[in-house]
Design a protein around this ligand. Structure first.
Ligand code: SAH
Ligand code: SF4
Length: 382
């Protein structure tokens, strides 16, 4: 465990919370904006560097507050420009953050939990079991760390991070309040100023929380579908037994129509050889999604040891894509990025990218998380 200091961590405070904080210590509310800019725009964690704040207030802040992100355990850069950070959170577990540059776009893939309780059959994070929810500071701290590594710049200048996807480790809707607060900070001009269209929450289908989402925030939504019928989906994504497809798609449509402007759902579909990549599956999917405005993102399975699954051939992937396209869907295939640093979707287990340990990722995760429950869960894996 990382020792807590008892100080208020300003990194995880939204603008209204920061104003309340300054109120509570008898200071003017406009200080909130000043301090937030130092933290999020300039990546500053030292109050003495906040030069437009009086010396007296800086001393006061030093006594009662801090700016503390998760601890960076490693930073790797892939040959294709993808970057991966392993960070240690307060529970003692490690989680991963991945940056994927693509043309003018730079997408940061952020984790919401250490491990995941939902146990999707093809996901290495799920194989770890659940360890802990990340705090607001730990979720936004991943953006803070990545932003700093590119050299923080004021919000008016083009930044390296143009998009954020909550597609790292964990199910974001099961850490609802903290993820919502962190996404507000991503979009706030005093935070990272990213447009609501460019902040995406991906869920495996926690229906009551999708219904709740519209009351709290306006961000893009991605649904991890992975199967076109309940029987198969319940095998791959066990939460489907609780919230089956009809209910789930209705909930997604309601959320999308609540946004009040034309935006479409992203449907993610991980292609598993011989499991969900048959022509029949594409035909069922065409029927299933006919009333749900969406774009489809096919993700060829990213292998990990003992998964029991394989990636389909390129021909099979293309055939699946073409069938959906012929039915009028907008379909992209996610190119696998950062494989040489184990940064691809579903490969995130919170390990340090030590090349000698690359082939035994679960063992590495176990070593890293030796003090946590995660250790026990990983130990039970084949
Ligand atoms: N828990 C959320 C977000 C994190 S997972 C969710 O499930 O949506 C991000 C995406 O990666 C999901 O669509 C997930 O199904 C997919 N994924 C997980 N393991 C994968 C693997 N081994 N290969 C390819 N995609 C995978
Ligand atoms: Fe959890 Fe998403 Fe992995 Fe399923 S795919 S186990 S919901 S992280």
């Amino acid at each position: 465990m990382i020792a807590t200091t008892g100080k208020t961590n300003l990194l995880g405070l939204t603008q209204p919370e920061m104003e309340k904080f300054f109120d509570s210590i008898g200071e003017k509310r406009f200080r909130a904006g000043q301090v937030m800019k130092w933290i999020h725009h300039f990546g500053v964690d030292d109050f003495d560097a906040m030069t437009n704040v009086s010396k007296a207030l800086r001393d006061k802040l030093k006594a009662i507050a801090e700016v503390r992100g998760p601890e960076v355990v490693s930073e790797d850069i892939s040959s294709d420009g993808t970057r991966k950070w392993v960070v240690r959170v307060e529970s003692g577990s490690c989680v991963e953050t991945v940056y994927i540059p693509q043309g003018k776009r730079g997408t940061l893939c952020v984790s919401s939990q250490a491990g995941c309780a939902l146990d999707c059959s093809f996901c290495s994070t799920g194989k770890q079991g659940f360890n802990s929810n990340l705090t607001v500071a730990e979720v936004i701290g991943q953006v803070w760390i990545a932003n700093k590594s590119f050299g923080s710049v004021p919000a008016t200048i083009d930044r390296a991070i143009t998009n954020v996807v909550m597609m790292g480790m964990g199910e974001p809707l099961l850490n609802f309040d903290n993820v919502i607060a962190a996404m507000h900070l991503m979009m706030d001009d005093l935070g990272y100023g990213i447009s609501k269209r460019r902040v995406t929450l991906s869920t495996s289908g926690v229906v009551p929380m999708i219904d709740e989402l519209a009351k709290h925030i306006d961000v893009s939504l991605a649904l991890s579908l992975h199967a076109p019928n309940d029987e198969l989906r319940s095998q791959l994504v066990p939460i489907n037994k609780k919230y089956p497809l009809k209910m789930l798609l209705e909930s997604c449509r309601n959320y999308m129509s609540s946004l009040g402007e034309k935006r479409v759902l992203t449907v993610e579909y991980t292609l598993l050889k011989g499991v969900n990549d048959h022509v029949d599956h594409a035909v069922q999917m065409i029927e299933l999604l006919k009333d749900t405005p969406c774009k489809i993102n096919l993700i060829p399975f990213n292998p990990f040891p003992h998964s029991g699954y394989e990636r389909p051939s390129n021909n099979a992937i293309r055939r699946f894509q073409e069938l959906l396209q012929q039915a009028g869907y907008n379909v992209t295939v996610r190119t696998t990025r950062g494989e040489d640093i184990d940064a691809a979707c579903g490969q995130l287990v919170g390990q340090v990218n030590d090349r000698t340990r690359r082939s035994s990722r679960l063992i590495a995760a176990r070593e890293l998380n030796a003090e946590s429950d995660l250790a026990q869960n990983a130990a039970t894996q084949p």
